[in-house]
Design a binder for this molecule. Structure first.
Ligand SMILES: Cc1cc2nc3c(=O)[nH]c(=O)nc-3n(C[C@H](O)[C@H](O)[C@H](O)COP(=O)(O)O)c2cc1C
Length: 391
């Protein structure tokens, strides 16, 4: 069984993750993991925190001589900002710390008030330290391991930004780019958008939001290429891969909707313009489609087309021009607390989206093909693919 857990507070000493169930014998390249960590920190519109942190993953167990052992892997990511927060975030009770930087004015759109009511605390730092998206650094670290696993089977997962505020790329233009071209262009853009003109306009939208003391949201797309048909299942609600992917993406802080393929737009169209007709190439002896509006999933099962998923990111909740709130101690109206904050996180959210999609796909691959060693998993996958080819 493939599973992972993360722990750690935003301004605590470090983030940790434990990953279990990856097969042994898999090449583990630390530089590939740290490359993913850097990608999460980039993106125009990030705040001062990302200038302090430069995330590096330390692997504490489960890897030897550059290969996975099949035993649990423990990962650690230091919070560089910890040195500024040691007193405030100390484990021991510290009578000498005069200012615990208690947060008593909940920020609308954050877990602050709901969490404080739930845990009966009047210091919302107890909640926000864990609710913070800093935790997604640990997910990206584990997701990088999942990406290495998927790569063993020729599966690549990446993302690009398709909208920031009112500026959106043209779907037709994106569809005309090869996947390699799309990826190269997105990696070269400060907002991870494959259209250079739209990238410049998106940067302007972020600058404008910053000037207004405001924030801005948008949409990213995650694509998984090279997947076999047959991952997931139609047989039970909680095994459907579309549902599992949507849950994984929805769990990313600030994601408020997920679309699969043409998703949201299909609700307004007739069926004749929504479904991907099926053809057979007798030369290649293979089924094919001329469109991929379903985004690679039918009935909760991968159909062999690229997986296409969209995450809709809300404008983040901490505004420099603070929203109205109430002090939970005095009950007096007061502006919401301001904790150092980003302006736009859509490019970074896309990188976290890649991690979450990679984790679900790794789980689905291991469910279908199993194996204690990567060689065994590959043998099982090859045997299945040979059967599919002979269909
Ligand atoms: C990569 C990333 C960075 C984020 N940074 C911030 C931030 O600096 N300030 C903020 O208010 N929200 C930020 N968020 C969003 C909040 O964490 C999120 O809105 C909050 O925890 C409430 O969760 P919800 O929006 O999913 O309901 C970030 C989200 C992501 C994905």
């Amino acid at each position: 069984m493939f599973r992972f857990y993360t722990a750690g507070e935003s301004h605590g000493q470090c983030l940790v993750a434990i990953v279990e169930g990856l097969p042994g014998g898999m090449a583990v390249d630390q530089s590939a993991i740290n490359h993913e960590m850097r990608r999460r920190q980039l993106g125009y519109g990030r705040g001062a925190r990302m200038k302090i942190e430069s995330d590096v993953v330390e692997i504490l167990s489960g890897v030897r001589d550059g290969r996975s052992l099949g035993s649990p892997m423990a990962l650690r990511i230091e919070n560089k900002d910890w040195e500024n927060w040691q007193g405030i975030m100390a484990v021991e009770r510290n009578e000498t710390v005069q200012n615990l930087r208690a947060v008593t004015r909940p920020r609308p759109g954050h877990a602050d008030l709901a969490g404080a009511l739930k845990y009966h605390t009047h210091d919302m730092r107890d909640i926000l330290e864990r609710a913070s998206a800093r935790e997604t650094a640990a997910r990206v670290a584990v997701g990088a391991l999942a990406k290495l696993f998927l790569r063993e089977f020729g599966i690549e997962v990446y993302s690009h930004v398709i909208a920031i505020g009112p500026v959106a790329v043209s779907d037709d233009q994106m569809a005309s780019l090869s996947l390699i071209e799309l990826q190269a262009r997105a990696e070269g853009s400060i907002v991870r958008c494959a259209d250079p003109q739209k990238s410049a306009a998106m940067k302007d939208v972020i600058d404008q939001a910053k000037a207004n003391g405001d924030t801005v949201g948008g949409v990213f797309e995650v694509i998984a290429h090279g997947l076999p048909a047959g991952l997931g299942s139609h047989t039970q609600w909680d095994r459907k891969l579309d549902g599992r992917l949507a849950q994984a993406l929805m769990s990313i802080p600030a994601i408020k909707a997920v679309a699969i393929g043409d998703g949201i737009g299909t609700a307004a169209l007739p069926g004749s313009q929504v479904h991907d007709e099926i053809f057979y190439d007798s030369g290649q002896q293979a089924f094919y489609r001329n469109t991929n509006r379903a985004g690679g999933l039918e009935g909760g099962i991968t159909n062999g087309c690229d997986l296409r998923l969209r995450g809709f990111v809300k404008p983040i909740s901490t505004l420099r021009r603070a929203l109205q709130s109430v002090d939970v101690i005095s009950k007096a109206p007061s502006p919401a607390a301001f904790e150092r904050s980003d302006i736009c996180v859509v490019p970074a959210a896309g990188v976290v989206g890649e991690a979450m999609v990679s984790l679900v796909l790794t789980e689905a691959m291991l469910e279908k093909f199993g194996g204690d060693s990567i060689a065994e998993t590959r043998r099982n996958a090859d045997a299945y693919l040979a059967t599919v080819r002979q269909y």
